[in-house]
Design a protein around this ligand. Structure first.
Ligand code: ZN
Length: 504
């Protein structure tokens, strides 16, 4: 019975030769779940219905599998499974984040690709995370140091699944920009191959023995488009990393590209027909995981597992520490209320002249209402150490210039500031600085200023600060702790005073 159950769970390596003629296959996919295992209010919908979570996800996957028939579906995840809620603070089955793996296993995934945030708790923790699970970790460019072999236990460069009467080759690819996205010590312990070359090599190897090639990518939608035109022979790219909600599939040449948003809010459903090594038909649906649309009952075991994890998190993170009268929103590449608030918190606690917080580190808005430790954890889940350091006035001016450029370029992150303010105007279509001040006094380019930020910014200073920080000192607490203490001492409100002001 156990064996039968295991066989029913997912496709296996091909044993029998495939049958010829057109075949229908359904690929179910998620990405960038970021530890969001519970339903959360959909703030953008009327009545704020609870969207997503693993109970609802499992229901939808089970319903689609039943509708398509046994052995017709492949279920995959695009990575960044970890970091976003305190579930990754629980040690379970040998690793921080192991609880997430238990939830994925209960849904019954076939494969996933390792994302950058999987490294947040360190490479050794990730090695423990990938062990002993039916869901295969795939990545063709994440390699053991100085080797062409996979980096992690159970990891494969690719895997060929016998499903829907076909041999489907699935290749994983992880962003080759990892150096700027993870800690340098662990990065030095691996070899990372360039995306396109690694994928092409794997496509060439698999192509003669497969009917369809799927790339499970954690490189972002823009890079997916480039991959589709660089690499010959990819039928479908199931994407991740840019958190892009594609409501219809993109097409570059003969390659289809899909991506299912983020945070476990939607399930991507690809119904395709393949014949003679090509996709001949493709229908794509991004199905939002809303409570009202469920067609099958929830799985009691999944409900119980989720409730158990929620209970242990609530014990530590349920405490209400403050109140937010109104929403504090965030932005990656513009000044935002949440960015002003957290940089003010860091400057207040450290007494530095200036504080910074990066746009990519703001992971959730603060909704109106009671502010719990959990609310703040979801905003600042990385728990990087707070550090103080010295930067010259010239370096601060360069950061202001970079911020002005970020406003005009979606891909560049904005550095939220406290203590550092500027006015600017548009001359002949380009932004130009009028004045820069530090705590009200004109910026002195030759002077050294004390700055507070997270250790992520000092470690990635080339990308975020532009100048090397000097006299870096740890403050002895992390950014999440600083946010909790700041929130305890006053209501959580947008500081309101704009740091960058456009003048005419
Ligand atoms: Zn990512």
């Amino acid at each position: 019975m156990l064996l039968l159950l295991l066989l029913a769970c997912g496709p296996k390596t091909p044993a029998a030769p495939p049958t010829s003629g057109p075949h229908a296959l359904t690929v179910l996919h998620t990405n960038d779940i970021h530890a969001h295992f519970e339903p959360e209010p959909a703030e953008w919908l009327d009545g704020r219905p609870a969207i997503g979570g693993f109970v609802r996800l499992e229901q939808e996957v089970r319903a689609v599998r039943a509708a398509r028939g046994a052995g017709q579906t492949l279920t995959v995840d695009g990575g960044d499974q970890l970091t976003g809620t305190p579930i990754t603070e629980i040690e379970e089955a040998g690793s921080f984040g192991g609880a997430m793996h238990a939830l994925f296993d209960r849904v019954g995934y076939d494969a996933w690709v390792v994302g950058n945030h999987e490294f947040d708790k360190g490479l050794d923790n990730l090695s423990r995370y990938t062990q002993n699970h039916p869901m295969l970790p795939l990545s063709c460019n994440l390699l053991a140091l100085g080797s062409a072999k996979p980096l992690l236990p159970q990891q494969q460069l690719s895997h060929v699944y016998a499903v829907a009467g076909m041999r489907v080759g699935v290749i994983g690819v992880t962003t080759d920009k990892l150096a700027g996205l993870m800690n340098k010590r662990d990065f030095a312990r691996m070899t990372l191959a360039p995306e396109s070359a690694a994928v092409q090599a794997e496509v060439n190897r698999l192509d003669p023995a497969t009917d369809l090639i799927v790339v499970l990518s954690h490189i972002g939608v823009e890079s997916d488009k480039r991959l589709a035109s660089d690499v010959q022979g990819i039928d479908l790219i199931v994407g991740a990393h840019s958190h892009t909600r594609l409501t219809s599939a993109l097409r570059v040449g003969d390659t289809w590209i899909v991506q299912a948003g983020s945070y476990n809010r939607s399930l991507g459903i690809i119904d395709l027909v393949a014949d003679e090594d090509h996709i001949t038909e493709l229908r794509y649906e991004l199905r939002d995981l809303l409570p009202a649309t469920a067609t099958v009952a929830p799985d009691p075991e999944m409900q119980e597992t989720v409730a158990t994890y929620k209970k242990s998190i609530d014990r530590v993170y349920g405490e209400t520490v403050s109140n937010a009268p109104a929403l504090l929103g965030r932005s990656y590449n513009h000044e935002s209320a949440l960015g002003r608030w957290i940089s003010d918190a860091l400057r207040d606690r450290t007494g530095a002249d200036v504080a910074f917080y990066n746009g990519g580190g703001l992971r959730a808005d603060i909704p109106p209402g009671p502010v719990t430790r959990l609310t703040l954890f979801q905003c600042f889940p990385f728990q990087n150490a707070v550090v103080t350091f010295q930067l010259s006035g010239q370096a601060l001016l360069d950061i202001v210039l970079r911020n002005l450029a970020a406003d005009a370029d979606e891909k560049r992150g904005f550095l939220s500031t406290s203590g550092l303010t500027w006015t600017w105007r548009t001359i002949a279509g380009a932004p130009e600085i009028v004045a820069v001040r530090v705590n009200g006094a004109p910026l002195d380019l030759a002077k050294d200023y004390t700055v507070a930020a997270s250790s992520y910014l000092t470690e990635q200073w080339q990308k975020h600060l532009g100048a090397e920080p000097r006299k870096v000192e740890a403050a002895g607490y992390n950014d999440f702790d600083a946010a909790v203490e700041y929130a305890r001492s006053r209501p959580v409100v947008d500081p309101g005073d704009l740091r960058g002001v456009e003048v005419k």
